[in-house]
Design a protein around this ligand. Structure first.
Ligand code: SF4
Ligand code: SF4
Length: 472
């Protein structure tokens, strides 16, 4: 039976509840009165239930759909301003004992090059990432207890945090590794990770079992309950996501929001972020093998409805998406993007020959970080390299209560401007630097408190002199 407070996967991601939700949404897709009521509730910016959000996702009234997009855009502006936080993935190892049908790292793929970075190779990758200007990484590994045990991941995190190269430093390491034990989550917490990220891939149990025919990941309940164990291990910032294209998107959307409701109900804090990847081509993977692919219009609607349903949850978009698609959905709710990404093991130091591919998926947006930063500023977005919250202990419910009170905004803009300044001083091209300086001069006026404005001005001068790492 559906119970968001239960810690059993089949209760909080309850199939019958999802089917009833989809039925309810279908029956009400032109119910003007109900859709109007849901939108009124959403305007209070306290979020929506999965049922309410599912009705908006299904809505077929043009004027109401326009309202949905306008509201998503407004919520994005109110909560995240025009800032976009930058990050990069770092692939440590692609050894994997699982049989996921949509990923080229699956065990049976015998011709993909298998690699695991040594600590020296990690230092070389991190040097390359720091030289691009990155401060926030998401480390990724396949699941392989022998080739890639938790000790290796912990050692790698330490190596990354210890690396100082010129003015560079990785200040936040998020971790995307397979579902594991409470004890291992506790070790990750002690290693100082930011967010623990784990994509559900699909919430549809029957499909999940078929898509993960072999390996430990086959265990749907263990995978679905991973965030509970992470929370028990003390990690209070978790990142959810599904791989759109594997199952019907309406099902995934409802499941994703039910997962968020569950975390909120049990731990008092919903997911820190939600990622919205779509299935892409890769070594021996053809996305056409999966018949639930979604077009760009549907994708934009999903992003808008997630933004409205969980306004306090950051939303992440990767370089899987093209520049055009990214342009379209940024203003609808995305708060974090990757830039200059390589999705192969060791890819920042050495680009791979085509026949030696170890990429997890094809990158659509192949621009450099500088090009992405420049492009964001052309669209009036402030690229932010901020990592302040986690370093100031603002995680989990402390972070969420600051978000809900609106206080966090007093930190985000100053931090965005100061970290952008660091980027401009240390890594930017001439053109990017000129645009960035002009943007900082304009945006500093938008810091509401004169006292904070003054402190930011002083810190900007310090950054000019070569000092680094100021934050609120
Ligand atoms: S999705 Fe993850 S667990 Fe599955 S094969 Fe790829 S790397 Fe392994
Ligand atoms: S101040 Fe906190 S919420 Fe704002 S951008 Fe920085 S890390 Fe994110």
């Amino acid at each position: 039976m559906y119970d968001p407070k239960s810690k059993h996967a089949e209760d909080f991601i309850n199939h019958e509840e999802i089917m009833e939700t989809l039925d309810y949404a279908r029956k009400n897709k032109t119910n003007r009165e109900l859709i109007g009521e849901i939108l009124e509730k959403a305007k209070k910016r306290k979020g929506l239930s999965h049922r309410e959000a599912a009705v908006l996702l299904d809505c077929e009234l043009d004027d109401k759909n326009q309202e949905i997009f306008t509201l998503a855009e407004q919520i994005k502006k109110d909560f995240y301003g025009n800032r976009i936080v930058m990050f990069a993935p770092l692939y440590l190892s692609n050894y994997c004992v699982n049989g996921c049908l949509y990923c080229p790292y699956h065990l049976k793929n015998k011709h993909i090059a298998r690699k695991k970075l040594t600590q020296d190779e990690i230092r070389a990758e991190v040097t390359a990432l720091q030289d691009m200007g990155h401060k926030r990484l998401a480390i990724e590994t396949g699941e392989d207890p022998v080739n890639c045990p938790i000790e290796y991941v912990l050692e790698s995190i330490k190596t990354i945090y210890d690396m100082k190269h010129k003015n560079g430093a990785i200040r936040r390491v998020n971790v995307n590794i397979a579902a594991t034990t409470v004890e291992n989550y506790r070790k990750l917490k002690e290693a100082g990770i930011g967010t623990y990220i784990l994509f559900q891939e699909t919430y549809h149990k029957e499909s999940y079992l078929k898509l993960h025919p072999t390996g430990p990941k086959h265990n749907y309940d263990y995978h679905t309950e991973a965030m509970d164990r992470a929370m028990e291990g003390g990690i209070d910032d978790v990142g959810c996501g599904v791989l759109f294209g594997l199952e019907l998107y309406r099902y995934e959307f409802a499941g994703l929001l039910m997962h968020a409701e569950h975390l909120e109900a049990v731990y008092g804090v919903g997911p820190h972020t939600i990622s919205v990847p779509r299935i892409k081509k890769a070594d021996d993977i053809d996305p056409d093998m999966f018949d639930n692919g979604i077009d760009d219009d549907t994708f934009a609607k999903i992003v808008a409805c997630i933004r409205i349903a969980v306004p306090y949850t950051g939303m992440i978009l990767s370089t899987r998406e093209s520049k055009k698609c990214r342009e379209r959905v940024l203003h609808l709710g995305i708060s974090q993007i990757s830039g200059g990404s390589r999705t192969s093991v060791g890819g920042y130091v050495e680009e791979e020959a085509e026949d030696e591919s170890s990429e997890q998926f094809d990158v659509s947006d192949k621009r450099t970080l500088d090009e992405v930063v420049n492009w964001l500023m052309d669209m009036e977005y402030i690229p932010s390299f901020c990592t302040a919250c986690y370093r100031e202990g603002r995680t989990g419910d402390r972070f969420m209560s600051l978000c809900k009170s609106g206080q966090i905004q007093n930190c985000c803009l100053p931090n965005a401007l100061m970290t952008l300044k660091e980027y401009l001083m240390d890594y930017a091209s001439q053109d990017t630097r000129e645009k960035g300086e002009a943007m900082i001069a304009r945006e500093i006026q938008n810091i509401p408190k004169e006292k904070v404005r003054q402190i930011v001005r002083e810190h900007l001068e310090e950054i000019e002199k070569g000092n680094r790492d100021f934050r609120f």
